[in-house]
Design a protein around this ligand. Structure first.
Ligand SMILES: Nc1ncnc2c1ncn2[C@@H]1O[C@H](COP(=O)(O)OP(=O)(O)OP(=O)(O)O)[C@@H](O)[C@H]1O
Length: 696
């Protein structure tokens, strides 16, 4: 048992200290009585009490201190030295100044003012420069292309009504009466976000900016990053048709480069639809027809070459390979008159180094440095009307006496050979997954490029409005691309053996039921059917999966008819580049009409293809990179429609797939669905029975 606490014996030092303290009190009391006025007396008492308290505090402090003689002596000296100064300060400092000190919140400034405060000027305390709230983002954007960092961020939900009527009604969109009318006829009553930002930029209200040639004030180039199915095609097709419709003679003024033949056909359709009645000549070059046939479509059949070319088209839509062939081998095919060069699916095309297609195209736009050196043996006939302003220096002014020289007196135009003129071509780049590779962008020789990024709302992304722009741009450069808001994403992790069964299960249960529930919730009429686009890793895998599906389907149909009398017919077809174009076209038409429910393909149609009725996208073989993931799933949930994306991931691929999504900050958007063995049991039976029938 512990006894009651024994009071500590006072040390010698403490006794000495207490004695001196008593003496000091006596002296102070007598001083106060004599010198301090009655009004100040009460304040002095307060201070004295304060000091008394402080002294008691000091006592306690001293008791805690190690009871070494020296230390106590030092402490005592400090106390004695400080006291009169503090007291003096408190008694003379005005009340306002005191409160000012106590109100400070800065911890550094909250410390007691320096002893010499009354005598010396107060220097400002050092302060830390306040770091930007989004420091991480700011740092991450360091060293990036300024144009990209200054990109205009456009919220995906922004729309603008297309109105027919007076100029005032159409003022907001800047569209002509003809174009507005045509769009409304096509059911386009409002412009989507990407169109609302691009139209005013490419189609300015100032009529001089709409000119076909702008040799002294060339237009800025544009790079656009907007989600799949957000309407990028119309975003460039509308202003091109509007500006080109003012042409007097036919010249090749717009070139649209796309990675595949299918996309070329699709974009051609869009151009034809919106330019109906505007008199523009639109052509394609894809290698689908013979080279000479294409040449006949592209240029006039004349037996001589013209410096300015001799185009039969206003708009050419082409794949890069065939374009280069024509640039090299088609007489009178020139890009000097181009007002627009569109590179759609830009990241994919820029990754293609085929025949240095990009270098050749950019080179063909550049006015040549050499000057025409006479006719010599060549049969070139310079017709000034056919030369673009930037190429005028090619004119042989000293040969105006040539019998075929149609050019008037050159002195009348004496300024143009010396003035520097720019090509008027405006380059427009589009992708849902725009590249940030500076090397590839540099090869394009962009002129003061303007970037538009259509991406995520701040609320959806859980960030402040203020930080939004930089974060969105950081997302783009970090390849964290936005998916359509109406898309639901799922993944199923399964074994390699189970994968075909999981696929069948998905088709026969999930897809059908989901389509039913969707049509009910949206109150839309459907044929109670689904249209699924299935991606595999190669044409070979596509054919194998189609065979497997058909093989399984036979067993399943037989079984269901016997059991329930229900028709479980599902038709799957392969879509591959091996098929002749006519067959591919008819397959797509049947798929659009709902006669084929499942279209199985390699990544051939993973980009750009717009099949409006696709309800589901299934990645049978999981995509190896995020761009593929974005484009494949982007075939559904287009133009504000709902859609579902499913990815089948084999167990050994799961780590890579999840990591890929995680790096893209997208893992949380993809719901994992588990399909138990029980769900597959019935399927296994029919699968094995059929296998047995076939091979035994
Ligand atoms: N303003 C609009 N109103 C209604 N539908 C539109 C509008 N703009 C585009 N669409 C439709 O949206 C669909 C998708 O457009 P588009 O093919 O241009 O998308 P995208 O952005 O190029 O997609 P991707 O990146 O996959 O190529 C098309 O069917 C198109 O007709």
């Amino acid at each position: 048992m512990e006894g009651p606490p024994v009071p500590k014996a006072k040390t010698k030092a403490k006794e000495r200290y207490l004695k001196r303290k008593k003496e000091r009190r006596k002296v102070n009391k007598s001083k106060n009585k004599k010198t301090v006025a009655a009004a100040a007396r009460s304040q002095a008492r307060d201070v004295g009490e304060e000091d008394g308290e402080r002294e008691e505090e000091e006592e306690e402090i001293h008791e805690e201190v190690e009871e070494g003689e020296e230390e106590e002596e030092i402490q005592e000296e400090i106390v004695i030295e400080k006291r009169p100064k503090k007291r003096r300060k408190l008694s003379i400092e005005p009340e306002a100044a005191r409160t000012k000190h106590t109100k400070r919140t800065d911890p550094i400034q909250n410390s007691p003012p320096p002893i010499s405060q009354t005598a010396l000027p107060i220097f400002p305390l050092p302060t830390h420069p306040s770091a930007p709230s989004n420091l991480k983002t700011t740092l991450a954007l360091q060293g990036l292309d300024r144009a990209l960092v200054d990109a205009e961020v456009v919220p995906p939900g922004r729309t603008m009504a297309v109105k027919i009527g007076s100029d005032k009604d159409r003022w907001k969109t800047g569209l002509s009466e003809k174009m507005s009318r045509r769009l409304v006829e096509l059911g386009i009553t409002e412009l989507f976000a990407v169109q609302t930002c691009l139209l005013p930029f490419v189609l300015p209200r100032n009529p001089t900016h709409k000119a076909l040639y702008q040799p002294y004030n060339p237009p800025r180039d544009v790079c656009v990053c907007a989600p799949t199915g957000s309407g990028k095609t119309l975003a460039y097709a509308i202003p091109i048709v509007e500006i080109l419709s003012s042409r007097i003679t036919t010249r090749l003024r717009a070139l649209i480069v796309l990675p595949t033949r299918d996309l070329v056909m699709q974009v051609r359709e869009t151009f034809e639809e919106i330019s109906k009645g505007r008199g523009l000549k639109i052509g394609t070059a894809t290698g689908q027809h013979s080279f000479t046939h294409e040449q006949g479509q592209l240029v006039e059949d004349i037996p001589y070459s013209l410096l300015g070319g001799c185009s039969k088209l206003d708009i050419l839509i082409s794949t890069p390979g065939r374009l280069i062939d024509h640039l090299n081998d088609t007489p009178n095919f020139t890009l000097q008159h181009l007002r627009f060069l569109v590179i759609d699916e830009a990241d994919r095309l820029l990754a293609q180094s085929f025949q240095d297609w990009l270098g050749s195209v950019v080179g063909a736009l550049r006015p040549p440095s050499h000057v025409f050196d006479g006719f010599g043996s060549s049969n070139l006939i310079p017709i000034p009307d056919a030369l673009s302003p930037a190429f005028h220096h090619l004119l042989p002014l000293h040969h105006h006496h040539h019998p075929n020289f149609l050019y008037p007196d050159p002195t009348a135009f004496s300024s143009f050979p010396t003035e520097h003129k720019h090509a008027s071509c405006q380059k427009l780049l589009f992708s849902a997954t725009l590249t940030r590779d500076p090397g590839k962008i540099a090869a394009l020789e962009l002129r003061d490029p303007k970037y538009f990024v259509v991406q995520g709302g701040p609320a959806a992304r859980g960030i402040d409005e203020e930080d939004k722009e930089e974060d969105v741009i950081l997302d783009v450069v970090s390849e964290r691309f936005t998916m359509p808001a109406t898309l639901k994403e799922h993944m199923i992790i399964c074994t390699t053996y189970n994968k075909p069964l999981v696929f069948f299960h998905l088709v026969h249960t999930r897809l059908k039921t989901l389509v039913q529930s969707q049509s009910q919730s949206q109150k839309i009429q459907t044929q109670n059917s689904f249209n699924a686009l299935v991606f595999t890793k190669s044409a070979e895998s596509t054919n194998r999966l189609v065979r497997l599906f058909e093989f399984f389907q036979v067993a399943r149909e037989k079984e269901s008819k016997e059991d329930t009398g229900m028709d479980t017919t599902v038709i799957a077809r392969a879509y591959s580049s091996d098929l002749p174009p006519s067959e591919r076209k008819s397959i797509l038409e049947e798929f659009k009409a709902g006669k084929i429910q499942i279209l199985i393909s390699s990544d051939l149609i993973s980009r750009g293809i717009d099949l409006p009725n696709i309800t589901h996208v299934i990645s049978y073989d999981s995509p190896v990179d995020i761009r593929k993931y974005v484009h494949r799933l982007g075939r559904t949930a287009r133009a504000g429609r709902v859609g579902e994306g499913w990815t089948l991931v084999e167990e050994q691929e799961a780590r890579h797939f999840k990591l890929m999504l995680k790096t893209a900050h997208h893992l949380s958007h993809v719901k994992r669905v588990r399909i138990g063995e029980g769900a597959l049991e019935g399927l296994v039976k029919s699968y094995e029975v059929r296998l047995h029938e076939r091979f035994c």
